[in-house]
Write a protein that binds this ligand. Structure first.
Ligand code: ACO
Length: 513
């Protein structure tokens, strides 16, 4: 390739080609394929290729119970297969044939069979051809690109609907406990009462921080003056995975990986609260085994059993944020898992992705924005200025939703239930912001996302702003780990390509002056 010449099919085809005559039987053909160790043969008649017969056809023959000693190959071959010319460039041949699902393509010159080429070889060589011969138009930010299959859930942006497994996620947040939804994501079904009890008994003890990790948390909490609890959580999950000897996911059984996942999900809230309290110079509060996940979360903040209204509001927020399609952090977790790396690495990477303000770092900023606006009469000019300056209104806009985010709708009603002075103010700012965005960003369909009312709900339930994104991280850990388990169960390395757009290589190296 250094001479810049593209390779042709003739360079990589195999020859001589294993052929069978059109008069031969299937049994004779199968024997030839076995003896020559090839996956396909070309059927010829008078020297000219008239068909192709592959291993896949052999499977069809076997399944049909055909009379292989008498049936002719012409009855089972694919007649007049697509062919390729020997002087065709590899990348072009691959691009033209890749959609047909063929494994082998006869190479034909004039009427004569010249060789055979496997699609795998074409693809291998095409992948190192100059990018322009291969480039697929992939939208920036991978918008709308399907990168995997999942049974965990999905988001339907135009309808304003999302679901976990087969259930509406908002119904789950309104009617079920967090433990039920956690079980649903892991097991594929909602638990019965007995299963709920058993699951709760399984995860409750896993909330405790291992002693060696607990011993170093005060030191971690003292690290860096400006580090927030989410930064400290990221560091600590890494430490936890090392302390618990998490092996590469490639080397552990599905059962072990599930146990690791449960452990990380159960202990994350304890880590968040311990780190937060340590940063405040306060003693950590041990988890309360009598309380369910969300109530225990609030309990570990203050040491008091929380108001059930507050606990339920936080639980609903947490349920609503457990999973949400192939968002950036979930994708990150799956990419890391696809390398066979350990579950801790995948969760650490996902926390990093979530920390960005364009993803999970927005709820405290949304509340900061409300503080800066101050009063409803200042809202319109403030919002207008911000958008005209090119700033983004935090808690508005979404990659997938082009209508109301159902999480935002649900959290708005949770916020109304909790009450408080901020709620009516937030609703008015929302109304004005949607108007300003429609006017200044027409056609972009910008509405509130989950983050706008998340801050209001968490604030009203007594959670400080520094804990907003860590709270999101705690519930999303359940979603991440469900995806990690799914990825590991049917893994293929996720390794896309980029289009190189820099100066054309190879450029001569400059003299060192
Ligand atoms: N305020 C003002 N304008 C916005 C906003 C916003 N919140 N969101 C999008 N726009 C505008 C953009 O400026 C752009 O305008 P242009 O066409 O004139 O350039 C247009 O809408 C499209 O924006 P993109 O950046 O292409 O949209 P994308 O799908 O990449 O971004 C995102 C989605 C990141 C959520 C964006 O809406 C945003 O930055 N929102 C604010 C931050 C936020 O609330 N993050 C939390 C997201 S929810 C979650 O992850 C859990």
């Amino acid at each position: 390739m250094a001479d810049g010449k593209a390779r042709t099919v003739a360079d990589i085809m195999s020859r001589p080609v294993v052929t069978v005559a059109s008069t031969e039987t299937i049994a004779e053909t199968a024997a030839r394929m076995g003896a020559k160790r090839v996956g396909s043969v070309v059927v010829i008649d008078g020297g000219k290729p008239i068909g192709i017969f592959t291993e896949r056809d052999l499977v069809r023959v076997a399944a049909s119970g055909a009379d292989t000693y008498n049936d002719r190959i012409t009855d089972w071959m694919t007649p007049n297969p697509d062919s390729v010319a020997p002087d065709e460039e590899v990348a072009q041949a691959f691009a033209a044939l890749s959609e047909h699902g063929y494994r082998h393509i006869p190479v034909v010159e004039g009427d004569e069979l010249a060789g055979i080429v496997s699609m795998r070889d074409l693809m291998r060589i095409a992948a190192i051809q100059p990018a322009e011969t291969l480039a697929h138009e992939v939208p920036r930010g991978l918008e709308g690109v399907v990168v995997a299959e999942t049974e965990i859930g999905d988001v339907r942006g135009l309808e304003g609907f999302y679901h976990y497994r087969q259930y509406d996620a908002v119904d789950l947040a309104e009617q079920r406990t967090l433990e039920d939804v956690w079980y649903l994501l892991y097991e594929g079904e909602l638990p019965t009462l007995a299963e709920r009890e058993q699951f709760t008994a399984e995860v409750q003890p896993l909330r405790e921080i291992p002693t060696d990790v607990a011993a170093v948390l005060p030191d971690i909490a003292r690290l860096g003056g400006g580090a927030g609890p989410l930064d400290l959580l990221r560091t600590t999950v890494s430490l936890l995975a090392a302390s618990l000897d998490f092996e590469p996911s490639l080397d552990v059984t599905a059962g072990e990986l599930r146990l690791q996942a449960l452990r990380v999900c159960a202990v994350t809230p304890t880590l968040v609260m311990t780190l937060y309290r340590s940063q405040q110079g306060r003693e950590p509060i041990a988890p309360n085994p009598e309380l369910p996940y969300a109530a225990n979360y609030l309990y570990m903040l203050t040491g008091e059993v929380p108001d059930p209204e507050h606990a339920r509001a936080v639980e609903q927020y947490m349920i609503s944020t457990i999973d949400h399609g192939f968002n950036a952090s979930t994708f990150t977790a799956r990419v890391i898992t696809s390398t066979g790396a350990d579950l801790g690495s995948a969760v650490v990477g996902a926390i990093g992705a979530l920390s960005g303000p364009l993803h999970g770092g927005a709820p405290s900023r949304a509340l900061d924005m409300l503080d800066q606006i101050g009063t409803t009469d200042k809202a319109e000019p403030w919002l207008r200025d911000a958008v005209e300056r090119g700033d983004r209104l935090m808690g508005f806009g979404h990659r997938v939703y082009k209508t109301d985010d159902p999480r935002s709708v649900m959290l708005r009603s949770v916020a109304e239930r909790l009450g408080g002075e901020n709620v009516e103010f937030a609703k008015e700012v929302e109304r004005q912001a949607v108007e300003v965005l429609a006017e200044l960003k027409p056609g972009r369909k910008l509405y509130t996302n989950v983050e706008f009312y998340a801050g209001i709900v968490m604030d009203a339930a007594g959670l400080p702003r520094a804990l907003f994104t860590p709270t999101f991280a705690s519930s999303r850990t359940i979603g991440w780990t469900a995806h990690i388990l799914e990825q590991a169960a049917d893994n293929r390395l996720i390794r896309p390509s980029a289009q190189y757009v820099g100066p054309p290589p190879p450029h001569p190296l400059p003299e060192l002056v």
